[in-house]
Design a binder for this molecule. Sequence first.
Ligand code: NAD
Ligand code: ZN
Length: 384
Amino acid sequence: MKAVVYNGPRDVSVTEVPDARIEDPNDIVVRVTSTNICGSDLHMYEGRTSFEPGRSLGHENMGEVVETGPGVSKVKVGDYVVLPFNIACGFCKQCERGLTNYCLTMQPEPALAGAAYGFAEMGPYAGGQAEYLRVPYGDFNALRLGEDAAARQNDYVMLADIFPTGYHATEMAGVKPGDQTVVFGAGPVGLMAAYSAVLKGAGRVWVADHHEDRLELAEQVGAIPIDTREQDPAEVVKEATLGLGADNGCECVGYQAHDPQGEEDAALTLNQLVDSVRFTGRIGVVGVFLPEDPGGKKAQNALEAKGKVPFDYGLMWFKGQAMGTGQAPVKRYNRALRDLIAGGVAEPSFLVSQELPLDRAPEAYEKFDAREPGWTKVVLHPGS
Ligand code: NAD
Ligand code: ZN
C-alpha cells in the first residue's frame, strides 16, 4: 500500500510500505478516506525530533473499517470511524482516569508521554497518511460516526485531533459563558480553540497571529483578530479590559513561536499570555514544547534547546495564575463534539483550505510548512 514516508528533514515521499494488517485480536484495519497534515507533523518534517527515516506519518485519520480482529465486538466492517490521535488501551491506570493521552499499555516507557500514529517518541505505530491503517484496541480507539460520515468528512476528521485539542485548551483555561479569552496562534489549533470558546459562549475572543489569511478565518468565527506585525497583543487586550487583562488564554503556537520578523523565541507567547491574562486567570497550553533532550541528544543551539525556555515564571506566580499543559485526551471530548457536528451546531471544516490526493502530500507539506497564504489545513484523501 502507499503511505507518506519521512526520508529526512523537509523530505517526504509517497512510497510503497507493507500493508496494514491485523496483528493482535483487538485490532481493526481502516481504509483511510481522510487524513490531515497537522502542525505537529512539522516538528518531524523539519527534522526537529528523533523520528526515524522510513517511518510513515499521519495521526489525524478517519475512514471505513475493512477488517476486525476476533476480539473486536462493537466496531463492524463498513462502519465509518474517526480515530483519536492518542492510541490507548482503555484499562490501564491512566486510561481508567480518562488520561488516554498518557496510556501505559501503548507507551510502556514511563518517561515518554502516550502513544500516537506516525509520531516520534510515541511508540512504533504506523501513520494514517496511507491507504490503510492498523488501529489497536479498535473498540476503544475508533469513534463510530453516523450516516452522514462519508458526506461530511471534512468536519468529522477534525475530531481526530485539532477540534478536541482546541477545546481542551479552553477547558484547561476554564473558559465559561461571558468570559474574555485571548488565543495565541491562528493556525488550525488556535482557530479551533477560538471556535470552541465562541461555542462555549465566551463574551469576547481575541486571536493573535501575523498571518492575514488565518486572522481572517478567526474573524469569520466571531473572534477579534490581532495582527502582531502591527499590534502588541498584550497591549490590545489590556487596553480593552481596563488594564486588567483577559479572563483566560490559550497557547496554540508552541516552542516554534517567533516574532513577525521570523526570529524564534520559544517563550514569546507564554510571556505575552501571562501579560495578557488577569490576576488569577487560567491559561491552557496545547502548543507543543518538547523536552530539551528527548533522545539523549544534547541541544546544539537555541533552536534545539526546546525544554528550557526563557519564561518569566515569576510574573505568572506574582499574578496568581494557573496553567494547564500537554497533549489533549481526545476521547474525553470527541463524542460530545461529534454530536455538535451531527446536530449542525459545529462545522469545523471551515478551516479546510485544500483537499488533495495522497500523491500530492510532498507539495502540501512544503506549502503548509512555509505557512504559504491559503494553506491553512490540508486534508488528504487516499484513494481519490
Ligand atoms: P501551526 O504551526 O501552523 O500554527 C501555529 C501558528 O502560530 C501559525 O499560524 C504561526 O504564524 C503562529 N505564530 C507563530 N509565532 C507566533 C507568535 N509569537 N504569536 C502569535 N502567533 C504566532 O499549526 P497548528 O496545527 O495550529 O499547531 C499549533 C501547535 O499545536 C503546534 O505546536 C502543534 O504541535 C500543537 N498541537 C498540540 C496538540 C496537543 O495535543 N497538545 C495537538 C495538535 C497540535
Ligand atoms: Zn495533529
